[in-house]
Design a protein around this ligand. Structure first.
Ligand code: PEP
Length: 252
């Protein structure tokens, strides 16, 4: 059975004090059930957030990791450091990293491997921009991102991946993919994984939706058979909104 996961990507928001307070509130409210909840604060908050977690179903994650293992890369943070700060997850290939920091599929692939080598679960992001969807190329774009980012992994390593489908036109815009659009893409991703790694690996892979997910639309998105949870940006900055989304997946 694949895991239900709701991960919060705080992006570059919250002071250290605010972040710790938010994490404490969520830690108090998270119930011990089958839903995995992941908090991805800025790096500088990571060990503080990881340190206050007392619930078995709550985890900390990074928002990115370096594409090199260690060395003279001023300002970078390695997968090993993220792991040593108490994280279990790391977001890789978020569209903001791909767009603003020029992360290519090849760089994303290197990061995935470093994350796996350091016992972190990669939350691998993929998704098309609006022009690609309007041109009818969205399926082809996402397929290619998944292939180039992940398909040279062994079946065993692939089994440790979480995928987040995040249509770029829905991230931070208030425009959400419809339940049908999300389900169509998630099914395509799962079918593509099945072609490469077989049905068991595909059906065990958690595929999250991301893009303007809110308590008011989360349930409808999560009820789709191939949507296994969410990667949440803006709404993860409020404990009540985030917990509303976490609780929405319990109806699945
Ligand atoms: C994200 O950045 O991963 C995201 C889904 O953002 P938002 O929920 O704000 O659209």
């Amino acid at each position: 059975m694949r895991k239900k996961i709701v991960a919060g990507n705080w992006k570059m928001n919250k002071t250290l004090h605010e972040g710790i307070e938010l994490a404490k509130t969520i830690n108090r409210q998270v119930e011990e059930n089958e839903v995995i909840v992941v908090l991805c604060p800025p790096f500088i908050h990571l060990s503080g957030v990881a340190g206050i977690i007392t619930k078995d179903s709550l985890f900390a994650g990074g928002q990115n990791c370096a594409s090199e293992a260690s060395g003279a890369y001023t300002g970078e943070v390695s997968a090993e450091m993220i792991r040593s700060a108490g994280a279990d997850y790391v977001i890789i290939g978020h569209s903001e990293r791909r767009t603003y920091f020029n992360e290519s599929d090849e760089i994303v692939n290197k990061k995935v491997k470093l994350a796996l080598a350091n016992e972190l679960t990669p939350i691998f992001c993929c998704g098309e921009v609006l022009a690609e969807r309007q041109a009818g190329k969205h399926i082809q774009i996402v397929k290619s991102q998944v292939e180039k980012g992940l398909f040279d992994l062994s079946p065993e390593d692939f089994g440790r991946i979480v995928i987040a489908y995040e249509p770029v036109w829905a991230i931070g815009t208030g425009v959400t993919a419809t339940a049908e659009q999300a389900q169509e893409m998630h099914k395509m991703i799962r079918d593509h994984i099945a072609e490469k790694y077989g049905n068991t690996v595909a059906s065990n892979t958690s595929i999250l939706y991301g893009g303007s997910c809110k308590p008011s639309n989360a349930r409808e998105l999560f009820l789709n058979s191939d949507v296994d949870g969410g990667l949440i940006g803006g709404a993860s900055l409020s404990a009540s909104d985030f917990m509303g989304i976490v609780n929405a997946i319990l109806d699945k």
